[in-house]
Write a new protein. Structure first.
Length: 342
């Protein structure tokens, strides 16, 4: 198998050289070129035909987001964005980037090298498997469907990873304020989940916030697990659904973990839940979704044709956890259909 051909776009010469040196140590990676701005990057893409590009958001002559918007229609390729803590990263994902990593605030060489080898390298390898044609640049707000079943005893649980920020939005934008309370785990670095929640809150009919222990799971509201070192679980206090956000070890390599959330939903909500697993690498959430189905919940998996990375939904499907496999654009409608039968 030939190595993954990588183009590095970074204006800092020091960080650029660190990226080249550390990525090149992996036999699965071949750094074919570097560029310090989008104009050099455009020429390098034509010359080297990379499999994956790493892209800094803040670049001279043209920022990375504007570059992505111009690039993707002409030269679509998987892009991993390297970003400081800023909501601009979501503009980059909307413009066509596959994934992102949070640029480390440390300056020590050893820590930077650890970040490159243990975080960025993993994202590059995942991005090399991504289906670029399935990355949605714009999503229109569709007509709201209606829910015939009322009550606060129903729950919708969603899990996603690579490609999930746009996929979750694609589903959430079709939910009306009558939708039961929604709990979400999207694999994301610390600090970014609060900005992502605010972004969804601004763009959707439902209300969205980053979850905190004690938050009630209310109709028309979505709670997103904070990125970092804590898992989110569904609990029931005095007959009311709430979430508990508690520190814990990684599960399936992730914290928060989709499996941890889904397992709690299976225990607490049982048959009064709909579980949805979306695009992402690996198998996090598959076993939890199976537990939900065994507990009587209805389950949905995103189909291969619309996934950016058909990993988590495939593992769940192969386990028998997925009751309905749907295209991304049909998941909200299927959710309403299942809820109306409860």
């Amino acid at each position: 198998m030939r190595p993954i051909r990588v183009l590095i776009v970074e204006d800092s010469i020091v960080f650029r050289e660190l990226l080249v040196q550390n990525l090149s140590r992996d036999p699965a990676i071949q750094v074919v070129g570097t560029a310090k701005d989008p104009f050099e990057a455009r020429d390098a893409i034509i010359e080297y035909k990379p499999d994956v590009m790493t892209l800094d958001v803040e670049l001279p002559r043209m920022n990375g987001i504007e570059f992505l918007r111009k690039l993707m229609p002409q030269y679509p390729l998987p892009v991993v964005v390297i970003s400081s803590l800023s909501d601009k990263v979501f503009d980059a994902l909307n413009a066509g980037a596959v994934d992102f990593v949070a640029k480390p605030t440390v300056t020590g060489r050893a820590q930077l090298e650890d970040f490159i080898r243990n975080e960025l390298l993993v994202k590059i390898k995942i991005a090399s498997t991504a289906r670029i044609s399935n990355i949605k640049k714009t999503v229109m707000l569709n007509e709201q469907q209606s829910l015939s079943v009322k009550g606060n005893n129903l729950i919708v649980a969603i899990g996603a990873s690579t490609g999930g920020t746009e996929a979750i939005f694609s589903v959430a934008k079709d939910f009306g304020t009558d939708i039961p309370g929604i709990v979400v785990v999207q694999h994301m670095p610390p600090g970014f989940t609060s900005m992502y929640a605010k972004r969804l809150d601004d763009q959707c009919r439902i209300q969205v916030k980053e979850a905190q222990t004690g938050d009630r799971v209310l109709p028309g509201h979505m709670l997103i697990a904070p990125g970092g070192d804590a898992h989110m679980r569904l609990v029931k206090v005095n007959g009311v659904y709430q979430v508990e956000v508690k520190q814990g070890p990684r599960v399936n390599g992730h914290c928060p973990s989709v499996d941890v959330l889904f397992e709690s939903v299976a225990r607490v909500a049982g048959a009064n839940a709909v579980g949805i697993i979306l695009t992402g690498m690996g198998g996090d959430g598959a076993k939890g979704l199976l537990s939900m189905r065994k507990a009587g919940a209805r389950t949905i998996g995103q189909d291969e044709s619309t996934c950016v990375v058909y990993g988590m939904p495939k593992v769940a499907y192969d386990l028998g956890a997925v009751e309905h496999q749907e295209k991304l654009t049909d998941i909200a409608g299927r959710t309403y259909s299942l809820l109306n039968k409860m």
